[in-house]
Design a protein around this ligand. Sequence first.
Ligand code: ZN
Length: 319
Amino acid sequence: MADMSTTEKIQLHVPALEELSAVLQIGLQTNFAEVQVSVVECPDLTKEPFLFPVKGLCGNPRIADVGGVPYLVPLVQKEKEYDMNVISKEVELPGGFFLGAGAVASRVVGMNAELMPLVLTAAEGRPAVNGSYFSSINPVDDQCLQEKYCNKFSDCHFGLMANVYACEGKPGKVIEVRAKKRTGDQSLVTALRKSLEDHYHNKSVALGGSFVIQKGKAKIHIMPREFSVCPLNTNDEVNNWLKHIEVSAPLICQSVLVSRDPGLDLRVEHTHLFSHHGEGGHYYIDTTPDTVEYVGYFMPAEYVYRIDRPKETHEVGRD
Ligand code: ZN
């Protein structure tokens, strides 16, 4: 089962938004032809295309890395299951809003699948609002089958691993990133992370938020419905097991990234996307560098929490 007795918490470096904006502007220009980073009022995230259960990304921002890839490979540990309502207390933000990237609880869903968590956790006198999506491989056409979690299930469980950004879901000032035409070989998320790493060196700066791929296509993966019965020991074996698909804009991507691992065995970037046309999964990079257009909203996190960290770890399957 999940072990909540080992949770670690580390304070992160939190630059002022204006400073962060300038750092990202300079960094992203090495990877995109057109870049505009600024500090803006967070758009209303209850509106299209987001349709989140909260209005904004503000209020006590923090990130958490729960479980990890070592619970999936080489062989699955199905008993690794978590409840977002419990996680909200573990990160000292009960009733907070959570977004990010994870895996479903296979016990609940009846199969393995990608999870796009979007959960306003339960608070005193108010039940949780689960706006999450999950995505599996459709046995009919071997393509993507994205479903709304709340249409089938009424809980807030997930399995194996998740990288989440949590906040009070309030409106407020955020970083807006606009980028067009990719000239480098880094994804938007990697470019953001490297920009921070290059500037802040040994200080750990983390961002969480949501970005939209407005034009173009992207490469994603979806885990098979069945866990591998053969041990997956290398990145090649993991990649052969995963199903890779190309998906089309508009795509709404939830991202958690940290410039440098402060010694917690973190997954330093993890992004899952959903859409309103039935495509969703784990984001790698756009496949249309000449025409791609991104707009995103991010906040720096004040703390990172490491929850149920695997005792036996490895670097396989973290792309
Ligand atoms: Zn993923």
